[in-house]
Design a protein around this ligand. Structure first.
Ligand code: GLN
Length: 463
């Protein structure tokens, strides 16, 4: 059986026409062998998978996802399975329930095959902040797959699995999608339930899919979206399909450290659009302020969300009779450097005397960024920008310089701050040192207009 680069439809056919158990026995052998090269999986969930395969006979065979495998970022809870969030502090934490997105997938007969690597608590842009190991880029193993959902992007990009789930707080689906040559969707904030997602920054976090085809991406998004009584921020999803005529390109998208090779592919793509669409130069003057604003809002929420890891309620617990020492040492030994850095910053910006100057100010700038986008969407239907200012970078290249790492997110964080949906798709390849490296472009739409982006890409011939 051939498993590489299968789509949802092709995989379902394989399971329908063969003994599902046999298919998956062979498939797991394939996965383990292929993953040695890119290390996208933290662990496989074979036991659960075979149980769910047994159960397939009770599931609706008409479901397009019947018997189809998916990989899940290891910050999304799957009942009975470990969930580490890429951290030592949750090394032995077993999820007591299914996230809402997992429940929805299982109902349709999807088989969960494993949990994928990520930067610790989803904090990073390269997957090098994982407490376990680094994942490698499937197009060049000397480079990073992006992050924080690097594992999910790499296993889809490497052709191991048709679909995967990730989470996006500041770019963690789109940037690795760009680096691994696949589609990645960051849905509108509140359109997908966060119940069962390990919280990073709750006003920014959203779960979304990766796929190698637009059709597969759409299928997963349509299944996971919608109101959930377990996440009070969710809303009923109302599809909005607008006819696209005008496309906005922010002049800021050519500055802010964009590498020439990225610029070249972006400009080529825009040139090809010219015959069919009106391309308008727009200005989003708040764009350069998005990164510092994100750093304040995100770290504040991180420091508050991660207070729950106290060595008592969850995961790793330092052995001592002294309570204060238990708190301090569990966190000291359980968290990695990047997580500590963000907790410290977040505690600082929320502290007495600094709250108004930093946190409150950042909230105001966030509104300003939101308004900037809303103003732009009165003039244009979609906004295009590079997903990442750079090509996939080398392992170790930015680990010593957190600020350089944060700059990876310059085009993705504004979208989270403004609650908007965006897709990163592969727009071409750039050859470096004899390797073809993927370059992604980001399409941003107004709230709840995911379907407008899908339609736009389909009209361009993407499928
Ligand atoms: N790379 C960004 C960060 O380090 C985004 C992370 C994310 O979206 N989870 O914060």
């Amino acid at each position: 059986m051939e498993f590489k680069n299968l789509t949802i439809e092709e995989f379902k056919k394989l399971v329908l026409e063969n003994d599902p158990r046999k298919v998956y026995e062979e498939y797991f052998n394939f996965l383990k062998k292929e993953d040695e090269r890119i290390k996208g999986f933290l662990f496989f969930t074979e036991e659960l998978a075979f149980k769910d395969i047994e159960d397939l006979k009770n599931k609706d065979k008409e479901s397009p996802l019947w018997g189809v495998p998916i990989a899940i970022k290891d910050n999304i809870l799957v009942k009975g399975v470990r969930c580490t969030a890429g951290s030592k502090i949750l090394e032995n934490y077993f999820a007591p329930y299914d996230a809402t997105v997992i429940k929805k997938l299982k109902e349709k007969g999807v088989i969960i095959i494993g949990k994928t690597n990520l930067d610790e608590f989803a904090m990073g842009s390269s997957t090098e902040n994982s407490a376990y190991f680094s994942t490698l880029n499937p197009f060049d193993e000397t480079r990073v797959p992006g992050g924080s959902s690097g594992g999910s992007a790499a296993v889809v990009g490497g052709g191991l699995v048709p679909i995967a789930l990730g989470s996006d707080t500041g770019g963690s689906i789109r940037q690795p999608a760009s680096f691994c040559g696949v589609y990645g969707l960051k849905p509108t904030y509140s359109s997908v339930s966060r119940y069962g997602l390990i919280a990073m920054a709750s006003s920014l976090d959203v779960i979304g899919p990766f796929a190698r085809s637009l059709k597969d991406l759409k299928l997963i998004f349509r299944l996971i979206r919608g109101k959930d009584s377990k996440d009070s921020t969710t809303q009923d999803y109302k599809e909005i399909i607008k006819e696209v005529k005008k496309i906005g390109v922010p002049e800021e998208a050519f500055g802010l450290g964009v590498e020439d090779k990225v610029k070249e592919i972006f400009e080529n793509f825009l040139n090809n659009l010219k015959n069919h669409y009106e391309i308008k130069k727009i200005s989003l003057p708040s764009l350069p302020y998005a990164l510092p604003t994100y750093q304040l809002v995100m770290t504040a929420e991180v420091s508050s969300n991660l207070a729950r890891y106290d060595g008592i309620k969850y995961g790793f617990s330092y052995k001592t009779d002294n309570l204060l020492e238990k708190y301090l040492m569990s966190r000291e030994l359980g968290f990695g450097d990047e997580v500590k850095r963000r907790i410290l910053l977040g505690t600082f910006v929320l502290s007495h005397g600094y709250y108004e100057a930093y946190y409150l100010k950042a909230q105001k700038v966030r509104r300003f960024i939101f308004n900037d986008f809303q103003r732009a969407f009165k003039e244009v239907d979609l906004i295009l920008m590079p997903t990442s200012p750079t090509l996939p970078f080398k392992l170790g290249e930015k680990t010593e310089d957190p600020l350089a790492m944060y700059l990876s997110d310059v085009f993705t964080v504004p979208v989270n701050l403004a609650y908007l949906p965006a897709i990163s798709f592969n727009a071409g390849f750039s050859e470096v040192e004899g390797k073809k490296l993927p370059v992604g472009i980001q399409i941003i739409a107004n709230l709840f207009e995911e379907e407008t982006i899908f339609k736009f890409l389909e009209n361009l011939g993407f499928n």
